[in-house]
Design a protein around this ligand. Structure first.
Ligand code: AMP
Ligand code: MG
Length: 512
């Protein structure tokens, strides 16, 4: 019986694209969590996945015959510095499966041992980063952000050594592919034009079939990657997500979020917010993300120039013209997203200005980003229900419970200065009232755009801490709650709350 209908298109590319490697069998694997919903979407039998044979695959102990495990070659710019060879140093692509939805997806083990690209690393993953990626990538998927996903997490029964001994684990990552900007750079840097072309053709066929049919496929490929990156980064911005390591090797050309290292969702809003312990200059701060994405796309363009035009000057001109689309696409998407978050009219002429001034107010008042939009949604939902907008302004501080009656109080409480909240709310109401969007349309848009739950950093760390002590309860609870981030459920109301000062997470780590 074929447990998994693998079809490994990447492994059919030329040998220099990867190294064939088997995982290192772990001593005592044990399943932490299986993503049955994702397995079903991929057409994988969950029963098989949960069987000893399935666990053997998920831990890298033994692979089904159809798997053809490879470590992919890639290079990249890390924090702006060129690294000619990176590659899968602790990951192995087992193969691809085409799901019920017709989508081809990679199944990759992360933390399954050394490869020719491991350099000084051990190829292993500690439990903490595996749980972190599981929680955050699945939360992103539930928020509707294009992302790699987590099919399973297992412990290996092995100790890995970082600052000290840590339990080892393996994450099974699922992605539309693992082709990165850095994969193109790998061949370009070796002046391997055939390699770049083969990779571009592969990417066209797999991710941009419409561009493949066009009269200028490579330029349309570039335009397609630009479009998806612009939308992706705008989505990140709208959820207060900070990727943390936007290196070109962590920029996937299919347009999914990839590499959940030191990422974080900000709590108190600040455009310059950075969490990563290694991002000293704030290169990958929240507000820099569009600029960095554009920089990464310019690096992709460099690799494709000879495919754009035989004449180098013409090629450069075409690349520049195409790349120029990124900024307006990304900022238009951002304005549209924040417009919906605020309940503004679509394409309102002053939306951009109002959004900017909102950012200034939120930032100077250290307002919790997610709670702000969440409470605003509740206010919008209440306003007009009894025909009296803002009838609860000026009520006394609420009792802390989240009944719709005190949404204004809760919102005011998020600001350092309540009068700033009142001024902002007055301006916002004026806009809403003079707008033309029908109320139900506005409320629906706000509810869809403003999550109740995000993976708050202190909750993620708490789940990891408890798991390390043997209690996976908080991890499972968090994953399950985050699967429905837009629904209001009293049972998980505690997960909505921002960290108290003593719980606040200021730094995040790659933990590789
Ligand atoms: P990342 O910071 O996760 O994007 O990884 C950057 C590079 O370091 C990639 O080539 C990884 O494969 C490699 N790497 C990260 N952790 C390890 C590890 N534990 N062992 C071997 N290689 C690693
Ligand atoms: Mg990476």
């Amino acid at each position: 019986m074929t447990p998994l209908p693998f079809d490994n298109s990447y492994a059919r590319l030329p040998d220099r694209f990867f190294a064939r490697v088997r995982p290192e069998p772990p001593p005592d694997p044990s399943l932490i969590r299986l993503n049955a919903e994702l397995a079903a979407l991929m057409g994988i039998d969950t029963g098989w996945l949960a069987s000893p044979e399935g666990l053997a695959m998920l831990s890298g102990r033994t692979l089904p015959g159809e798997a053809d495990s490879i470590a992919m070659a890639y290079a990249g710019h890390q924090f702006g510095g060129w690294v000619p060879q990176l590659g899968d140093g602790r990951a192995l692509l087992l193969g691809e499966v085409v799901g019920k939805d017709g989508v081809r997806r990679d199944i990759q083990l992360k933390g399954s041992g050394r490869t020719p690209f491991s350099r000084a690393g051990d190829g292993k993953a500690p439990l903490g980063p595996v749980l972190r990626e599981y929680i955050v990538s699945e939360a992103m998927a539930a928020l509707g952000v294009p992302t790699t996903r987590a099919l399973a997490a297992v412990t290996t029964g092995e100790t890995v050594y970082r600052e000290g001994p840590l339990p080892g684990a393996v994450l099974t990552r699922v992605a539309r592919s693992h082709v990165r900007v850095g994969t193109f750079q790998y061949f370009h840097a070796r002046q391997d034009r055939d390699g770049v072309r083969a990779l571009a053709d592969y990417t066209l066929a797999r991710h941009y079939p419409d561009a493949a049919e066009s009269a200028r496929p490579y330029l349309d490929l570039f335009a397609g990657v630009i479009r998806r990156q612009a939308r992706l980064v705008a989505r990140w911005m709208g959820f207060g997500f900070i990727h943390g390591v936007m290196n070109t090797d962590n920029t996937q050309v299919a347009g999914e979020t990839i590499d959940y290292g030191p990422c974080a969702f900000m709590e108190a809003f600040h455009p310059g917010m950075v969490f990563s312990s290694i991002d000293h200059a704030g290169r990958y701060a929240w507000a820099n993300q569009p600029l960095i994405a554009e920089w990464n796309l310019a690096r992709l363009a460099e690799t494709l120039l000879p495919l754009f035009d035989d004449d180098p000057d013409r090629a450069l001109e075409k690349a520049r013209e195409t790349l120029a689309r990124f900024r307006p696409q990304c900022s238009d998407s951002m304005v549209a997203i924040f417009g919906r978050k605020l309940g503004l009219d679509e394409n309102g002429p002053e939306n951009g200005t109002f959004i900017e001034s909102t950012f200034t107010t939120l930032s100077s008042n250290h307002v919790d980003f997610t709670q702000f939009f969440r409470q605003l949604t509740r206010i919008a939902d209440r306003d007009g229900n009894d025909g009296t907008p803002g009838n609860n302004v000026g009520r006394r501080e609420g009792d802390g419970t989240a009944s719709p009656d005190n949404a204004v109080d809760v919102l005011r409480g998020l600001f350092d200065t309540a009068t700033d909240a009142d001024h902002w709310l007055a301006e916002w109401r004026q806009r809403i009232e003079s707008g033309t969007t029908p109320r139900p349309v506005r409320i629906t848009a706000m509810k869809r755009e403003n999550p109740v739950l995000i993976p708050r950093n202190h909750r993620v760390e708490e789940a990891i801490r408890d798991a390390m002590a043997g209690d996976y309860g908080p991890f499972h609870r968090l994953v399950e709650a985050l699967a429905s981030p837009f629904s209001d459920r009293p049972a998980v109301q505690d997960l909505e709350q921002p960290a108290r000062p003593e719980e606040r997470v200021h730094r995040t780590f790659c933990g590789t």
